[in-house]
Design a protein around this ligand. Structure first.
Ligand code: KE4
Length: 432
């Protein structure tokens, strides 16, 4: 048991009760702190860059509800827009002009998207995009990368990242072999492995899906030429290239990784930020592909709450805030200061450390590095990460409770917050 100086009495009471009501006491596994150990923190409220727990402790929050809070939690303009939208009802189950507005913003922003469909989570978006890849190409097999996480649908739970990696569940029970028989895997950043899969499965691969910057195995950027290589390989083999930008969309740049790195996939999935903190997912791409989706085409996909006015409202306001000039320069500057500061402190305090940041996304491993893929990430010092995580909590800094996650900053994080975080990191790393 990891000791803690934090007063977490109420968190302990509430979490103990939760464990009797919900599996593991949580609505999503990674929140249970299983991989870092110790008492999960029960949140009471969030605002801007901060979270407060039920015992009154305040934290600088670098999880940001796993990405959506890029403008800061509970941004006043988002809250105001939601209050106004609430007056007109919470869900219509009918066409609503707000869907047009958000769809237009997404289409204008994301290079690959000419037409988009809204759903309610990143998992749904990835499930639908896989079905669409297969419907459009008439092929069944798909390539994913070890450590990448595309939600919890059966066919993706093969060497997945995020909570699956955290819990060491290489493949989840309950997933029939038939569901994953057509899911091929390769190490991230390994073009040769992908080439071999195409040669071993001629004419059978519908496409390649990836996190273009991995966040679910820890933060792992693509090596130079990797994304371009995948673009060429998929074109050469008549397969589709799909960027899962659920995490990176509107975070790495307003147009996502595909805008920043100049590689345009055929299809893209989105989520998190486009919902501004409410449940949303989306998938989109070339019109000729998207026209296959019912009721325009025959590929079926549906959802009761898809495109609901509240989620659309929060998404619209969030993207309006993000498209202000200077947004991504600010995120890049403060996040680089944080990541580079952590690396320098690790060095000064005698710890092997590697990592970095791109725009408002960062990661840190206790390892010599560099970390090119999931195998490398798993070799980092997970024990030391757990102790570091707990120490940072005690110093009022809330990091993702797993080495196999990325960190997120927001427009609400200030230079002072970064300074405080680095002071905490120095104190904790000196004590590890
Ligand atoms: P959701 O179904 O959780 O909305 O999205 C699934 C998903 C798909 N693709 C990518 C790249 C993702 O990062 C995610 C979800 N990310 C995790 C955090 N790594 C969500 C947190 C959680 O599972 O509690």
């Amino acid at each position: 048991m990891i000791t803690t100086r934090l007063k977490t009495t109420k968190s302990e009471e509430i979490f103990a009760a939760a464990q009797k009501l919900m599996p593991g006491g949580v609505s999503s596994p990674v929140r249970a702190f299983k991989s870092v150990g110790g008492q999960p923190i029960v949140f009471d409220r969030v605002q801007g860059a901060y979270a407060w727990d039920v015992d009154g402790n305040q934290y600088i929050d670098y999880v940001g509800t796993w990405g959506p809070a890029i403008c800061g939690h509970a941004h006043p303009e988002v809250i105001k827009a939601l209050h106004e939208a609430l007056e007109k009802g919470t869900s219509f189950g009918a066409p609503c002009q707000l869907e047009n507005v958000l769809a237009e913003m997404v289409i204008d922003a994301v290079p690959s998207i000419e037409m988009v469909r809204f759903v309610n989570s990143g998992t749904e978006a990835c499930m639908a995009v896989l079905r669409l890849m297969r419907a459009f190409t008439g092929r069944e097999k798909v390539i994913k990368f070890e450590g990448c996480y595309h939600g919890h649908a059966d066919m993706f739970l093969v060497k997945a990242g995020s909570g699956v990696a955290t819990l060491g569940l290489p493949d989840s029970p309950g997933v029939p072999k038939s569901a994953t028989a057509s899911t091929l895997t390769a190490p991230f950043n390994n073009l040769e492995a992908v080439k071999a899969l195409f040669e071993e499965n001629p004419g059978e691969i519908a496409g390649v899906i990836l996190e273009p910057i991995v966040g679910n195995a820890g933060f792992i950027p693509p090596d130079a030429g990797f994304l371009a290589g995948l673009r060429e390989l998929t074109q050469e083999h008549g397969a589709l290239l799909v960027f899962d930008e659920v995490m990176t969309g509107f975070r790495i740049a307003y147009g996502g990784v595909q805008e920043k790195f100049g590689i345009t996939p055929d299809l893209t999935t989105l989520g998190k930020i486009i919902g501004g903190g409410l449940p949303v997912g989306a998938y989109g791409g070339r019109k000729e592909i998207m026209q296959m989706v019912a009721p325009a085409g025959s590929m079926y996909q549906a959802g009761t709450l898809s495109g609901n006015p509240l989620a659309m409202t929060a998404g619209i306001k969030t993207l309006q805030l993000l498209r202000q000039p200077g947004t991504y320069e600010y995120l890049d500057r403060i996040t680089k200061r944080l990541a580079n500061g952590m690396l320098a402190i690790a060095k000064e305090t005698g710890h092997a450390g590697c990592g970095g940041s791109i725009s408002g996304m960062f990661g840190f491993f206790f390892a010599e590095g560099p970390v090119h893929n999931y195998e490398d990430a798993k070799k980092s010092d997970l024990q030391k990460f757990s102790r570091f995580h707990r120490g940072m909590l005690e110093h009022g800094v809330y990091l993702a409770p797993s080495q196999f996650e990325a960190g997120f900053t927001s427009l609400a994080h200030t230079d002072e917050d970064i300074d405080k975080t680095l002071e905490a990191a120095r104190a904790v790393m000196s004590s590890l």
